[in-house]
Design a protein around this ligand. Structure first.
Ligand SMILES: NC(=O)c1ccc[n+]([C@@H]2O[C@H](COP(=O)([O-])OP(=O)(O)OC[C@H]3O[C@@H](n4cnc5c(N)ncnc54)[C@H](O)[C@@H]3O)[C@@H](O)[C@H]2O)c1
Length: 264
């Protein structure tokens, strides 16, 4: 029997990149997985991969910035599975790659809405069930940009600092309520090879004859001690532990998985 057998996990942005890797990791550990995305075909494909691992995999097409749709998702999961034990908020976008005054207001709002506010909407929707059972694992996906901002990406840095603040405040409030069965932790990945990398190269095309991969290696990955991009599975492996029952003493933490790009 695997560690998460019988658990139900909900993974937003579970259709691609880090969220997909986490969905599959949790399924390999025994969990049934609800894959949430605003891209139906991708969510269904990952739900199929979960099923191929012998678990229940269900896709829900939801825009996580739609408060009513997120509330309906929580109700639907409660109806289909009886509960949600693990919530992972991985849906996100890269935001503007521009100097602050060149960042369009609408783009700033969109980044904060998807990367930060939607996490709040999801936690608000799924927490009541966890509170009633005094049992749950909330894992938010921040970034090393939540600790050390990258220049020309202030909307993203602000959103990811916010995710850490939200997660720590939630952990404090759970403690005040004595709900020690629920933990809330943030993961802070370093640069990871996912479709999000294309959002960087779209905004900052490689100069001269540099290929996309050479550019990413030189401009982005070189900033870590290990001087490499991370694989989504490495982030997923780090998510496996806080999702488990064994991690009951770890809450309010913001854990780096970044090849040493950030040392605090
Ligand atoms: N890739 C990296 O280098 C990196 C580093 C640090 C943190 N992160 C964070 O990890 C998380 C996942 O990133 P990724 O690299 O896997 O990105 P990705 O683009 O590969 O996947 C994110 C997924 O989120 C989904 N999504 C976006 N907006 C949505 C919305 N409104 N409603 C529902 N789903 C939505 C998209 O369908 C997309 O597939 C993000 O929060 C990102 O900020 C990524």
């Amino acid at each position: 029997m695997s560690g998460l057998t019988g658990k139900v996990a909900v993974v937003t942005g579970g259709d691609a990149g880090i969220g997909r890797a986490i969905s599959l990791r949790l399924a390999r550990d025994g969990a049934d997985v609800v894959v949430v995305s605003n891209v139906a075909a991708q969510a269904q494909a990952v739900a199929g991969e979960v099923q191929a691992l012998g678990r229940r995999g269900v896709a829900h097409t939801v825009d996580v910035t739609d408060v009513a749709a997120v509330a309906a998702l929580a109700e639907a999961v409660e109806g289909e599975f009886g509960r949600a034990d693990i919530l992972v908020t991985s849906a996100g976008l890269m935001g503007a790659r521009a100097f602050l005054t060149d960042t369009p207001v609408e783009e700033w709002r969109r980044t904060i809405e998807v990367n930060l506010n939607a996490g709040f909407y999801c936690i608000k929707a799924f927490l009541p069930g966890m509170l009633a059972r005094d049992s749950g694992r909330i894992i938010t996906i921040s970034s090393i940009s939540g600790k050390l901002p990258a220049a020309m990406n202030s909307d993203y840095a602000a959103s990811k600092h916010g995710v850490i603040g939200l997660t720590k405040a939630l952990a404090l409030e759970l403690g005040i309520l004595g709900k020690n069965g629920i933990t809330a932790n943030a993961l802070c990945p370093g640069t990871t090879d996912t479709p999000m990398m294309d959002q960087i190269t779209d905004h900052m095309p490689p100069k001269g004859r540099m290929t996309r991969d050479e550019f990413i290696k030189k401009a982005v990955a070189s900033k870590s001690i290990q001087r490499r991009l991370l694989d989504p599975d490495e982030i997923a492996d780090m998510a496996g532990f806080p999702a488990s029952d064994q991690a009951r003493g770890g809450t309010g933490q913001a854990v780096n998985v970044c090849g040493g790009a950030v040392l605090f």
